[in-house]
Structures are given as structure tokens and as C-alpha cells.
Design a protein around this ligand. Structure first.
Ligand SMILES: Nc1ncnc2c1ncn2[C@@H]1O[C@H](COP(=O)(O)OP(=O)(O)OP(=O)(O)O)[C@@H](O)[C@H]1O
Ligand SMILES: [Mg+2]
Length: 417
């Protein structure tokens, strides 16, 4: 999509449509077939009211406010004038920067973006002698240090004589795209593992059955000798462990049918916390609950979701925290829509701990099967959680900082949608 902004035009125009070279008031038109929005503005209108327009085609309403158009855009649009003062921001720019229009307008852009040197450099370039459009992908750093991955397009804002009157910034939040790319990577890894596991597991399970049977026979023979008995018990226990691991692997590899029923998430969480209460007490971990009493029910597989929350709670407790907080709330999020659910309302469960946290380098791998930092971990827990949550049409997310703690976020679609 292209947006062209022009100031000082003899009249103010709005046009939206599919661009064809040679059409419209803009000079630099996009290739044929691109959606193009052309705005011609007088500088005095940067803070102005709705403007009357001439309908461009049958489906464009007779009166379109350019401000409405910019407000409706999901991309952040900001305009900096030639003195480098911020002259215009749309609503998406407020969301992305975390600052209100009031705070930003008329502020010096160098000052406003001082934590984003790369963006200031792009503005410099667009205002400079060999001004041109620049593109970059980087993190936008908000006032409190929070980083938002963005792709940025910064172009000179030209006046009627072709001079540079300022700079137009177009920033797109890449968080969702990155999450989708990561989802895709996770699915690919699982698909590959699935093929491998299904082939191997069958071959391994048969001889294991033989080994276990033989160990049980020997056990019966050596029942009188405690030290030999101990050794055969170890053999049987370890065979059981490998068997369990193979079952988990097969679980992960083949699609499991869900037995869905209406579920009360709080009841589910209480059940899981009840199972872990002794482990938490032994490790001196305080468990806090912050439950939203208006939480609606969800449709889900009780057994599978208990497995999800159990693994997340166990992971939190194993991270040597002083506390663990389980929070529930309702979330409306269009970006969470998945191909399995069209719901925009989600029940979200956050499991937060102040334990070891996760190394930034490890974060992309923790959902991969067999990734573990634990001596006796299998590394299958989070891979299974992720798969199960996805099968419910939900999403599993994580935020973590080494030395500070982690929060795992399970979002599941509500029944109402
Ligand atoms: N709450 C957490 N705090 C710190 N690290 C975590 C947390 N949750 C997961 N991890 C990291 O992610 C890795 C993978 O977790 P996962 O649950 O998949 O496997 P595991 O816990 O190591 O083994 P298993 O679940 O099979 O016993 C862990 O080894 C740990 O390094
Ligand atoms: Mg685990």
C-alpha cells in the first residue's frame, strides 16, 4: 500500500484506489495494481477539520475526512516539519510510541526520539541535501525501555516547488508478523519431528518390551539378593521412563482428537495448583492468585489443558522463584485470531514467576522438542503445551528476562467468540 502526502496543493484532495501509472495527482506513482492513497494537504490543514472531497469512484463516500483515513490506518504516520518539530501524528503512532498526540505535537523530533538514534538518522537523511526515501527495520524504544520491532519508511515531504518541507514517517509494528513467523518455524520443527518420531518410536518400543519382560523374570530369580534386586528395579524403572518418553513423542507427532466440553478455567487452575501445593511449599514458593471473577467458560479438553497448566506451573516452580502468580483475564485481540478459531475474545492465563528467567539466546528455542537446560528434563513440556494450545485455537506466548523471571501467557478462545 502506498500513501502519498503533498502539502501546499492548490486544493485539498483525497483519493483512494488501485494505482495505475499516469493516474492521479501524485508524481511518483506505485506500480500498477498497488493500493494507493493520495492525500494533498496544505500545512495549515495538518491539524484541521474534516474536508469535503470529490468522490473518486462509486464506493468512496462523498465526504471523507483525511484525518479519519489516517486514524483508520494500522500503520503509524508521523510528519516532522523542516524545523524538525512534530507536525502530525495519527492514532496508530500514539499506540506505537506509547505517547499521546499532545505530548508529541510541536516537540523537537531529535528530543522525542533520542532513544531511537536510527530513526533520527533517517529523518536527517530525508531532510538532507541528497534527500530520498529510506527504509529500515529496527526496534522502536519506548520511554520506559520497552522495544517494539518496526519497519520504517521515511520520506522527504515536498512542497509545491519541489523543495523539502519536512519528513513523513511511516512505521509498521512487526510484533504480529514476528509472532506469525515464529509460529510457522515452530510448526515446521514439529512436522519434521513428527515424521521422525513415528518411524523410530515403533522400532524402539518393541525391543523395550522385551528388555522389560526379561528384567522382570530376572527380578523374580534374584528376589533373595537385595543388591541384585535393586539393579533389576533400576532396569525396569529406566525402561518405563524411556517408554513414557516415547509415548510423549508419539503424542506430539500425531494429531490428537480433542474431547471438548465447557470448562471453568478457574476450576481447572485450582485443580492444577492443588496438585503442586506440596512442591511449592517444600521449595518455599508463595503462590498468588489474581482471578477475574467475570471470566466466561471456554470449550476445551480438560485432560489436555490440565497437562498444559501443570507443565507451565512445574516449569515456574523449577525456576527457583520466591513467588508464582497466576492471573486470569479476558482479552479482546483481533491479532490473536487463528485458523482454528475466528474468536476475538480470549480467556488469558498468565503464569508469572520471579525465578531464573530465560537467556535471550535460548528464547527462540524453548518451544522446540528436546530443548532443555535441566539435568533430567526431556524438553518436551513446552512443545506439547504449544501444540495443545494451538489445537484449541489459542496461542502460547512468553516474556522473560534472565535474572528477573518469566511470564507464560496462555490465550484460549471464549465460547461466545
Ligand atoms: N518458567 C521458566 N523459567 C525459566 N526457564 C524456563 C521456564 N519455563 C521453561 N524454561 C526453560 O525452557 C526449557 C524447556 O522447557 P520444557 O518444559 O519444554 O522442558 P523441561 O522443563 O526442560 O523438561 P520437561 O518439561 O520435559 O521436564 C527449560 O529447560 C528451561 O530452560
Ligand atoms: Mg517442563
Amino acid at each position: 500500500m502506498f500513501i502519498l502526502l503533498h502539502t501546499d496543493a492548490p486544493e485539498c484532495k483525497f483519493a483512494a484506489g488501485v494505482g495505475t501509472p499516469g493516474e492521479g495527482p501524485g508524481q511518483r506513482l506505485p506500480p500498477k495494481g498497488e493500493l494507493v492513497i493520495i492525500l494533498s494537504l496544505k500545512p495549515s490543514m495538518l491539524n484541521s477539520q474534516p474536508m469535503p472531497t470529490t468522490p473518486h469512484s462509486g464506493d468512496v463516500p462523498a465526504t471523507v475526512s483525511w484525518q479519519d483515513v489516517l486514524t483508520s490506518l494500522e500503520d503509524a504516520v508521523m510528519v516532522v516539519d523542516s524545523t524538525r518539530a512534530v507536525a502530525f501524528v495519527n492514532q496508530a503512532a500514539e499506540t506505537l510510541t506509547g505517547l499521546s498526540a499532545r505530548t508529541m505535537l510541536t516537540r523537537d523530533s531529535d528530543d522525542l526520539f533520542h532513544a531511537n538514534g536510527w530513526l533520527v538518522a533517517l529523518i536527517d537523511k530525508s531532510l538532507g541535501p541528497d534527500e530520498g526515501t529510506s527504509h529500515a527495520e529496527n526496534d522502536f524504544v519506548r520511554r520506559r525501555g520497552q522495544r517494539v520491532p518496526v519497519s520504517a519508511l521515511v520520506s522527504p515531504l515536498r512542497d509545491q516547488d519541489g523543495g523539502v518541507a519536512g519528513s513523513v514517517l511511516l512505521l509498521r509494528d512487526r510484533t504480529l508478523r514476528q509472532a506469525m513467523e515464529e509460529d510457522l518455524r515452530r510448526s515446521d520443527r514439529l512436522a519434521l519431528l513428527g515424521k521422525l518420531a513415528a518411524g523410530l518410536a515403533h522400532e524402539i518400543k518393541n525391543p523395550l518390551g522385551g528388555i522389560k519382560g526379561a528384567a522382570q523374570l530376572i527380578r523374580a530369580e534374584v528376589a533373595h539378593d537385595p543388591s541384585l534386586l535393586e539393579n533389576t528395579d533400576i532396569m525396569i524403572r529406566e525402561v518405563d521412563r524411556v517408554n513414557q518418553l516415547l509415548d510423549q513423542l508419539l503424542d506430539l507427532a500425531r494429531p490428537v482428537g480433542l474431547h471438548v466440553e465447557p470448562l471453568n478455567v478457574h476450576e481447572l487452575l485450582e485443580h492444577v495448583l492443588g496438585l503442586e501445593v506440596h512442591t511449592a511449599a517444600a521449595a518455599n514458593v508463595r503462590i498468588r492468585r489474581s482471578f477475574d471473577p467475570s471470566l466466561p467458560s471456554i470449550m476445551g479438553d480438560r485432560g489436555r489443558l490440565i497437562q498444559v497448566f501443570l507443565n507451565l506451573v512445574e516449569n515456574a516452580l523449577q525456576a527457583r522463584p520466591t513467588y508464582m502468580t497466576v492471573t486470569t483475564h479476558i482479552e479482546t485481540d483481533f491479532s490473536l485470531r487463528t485458523d482454528r478459531s475466528n474468536s476475538t475474545k480470549f480467556v488469558t492465563v498468565d503464569i508469572r514467576d520471579d525465578g531464573t528467567g530465560i537467556d535471550e539466546d535460548d528464547l527462540p528455542d524453548i518451544f522446540s522438542p528436546f530443548f532443555t537446560r535441566k539435568r533430567r528434563g526431556t524438553g518436551l513440556g513446552l512443545a506439547i503445551c504449544d501444540r495443545t494450545v494451538k489445537e484449541h485455537g489459542g496461542r502460547l506466548g512468553v516474556e522473560s528476562r534472565l535474572g528477573e523471571g518469566s511470564v507464560f501467557k496462555v490465550s484460549l478462545p471464549t465460547q461466545q467468540g
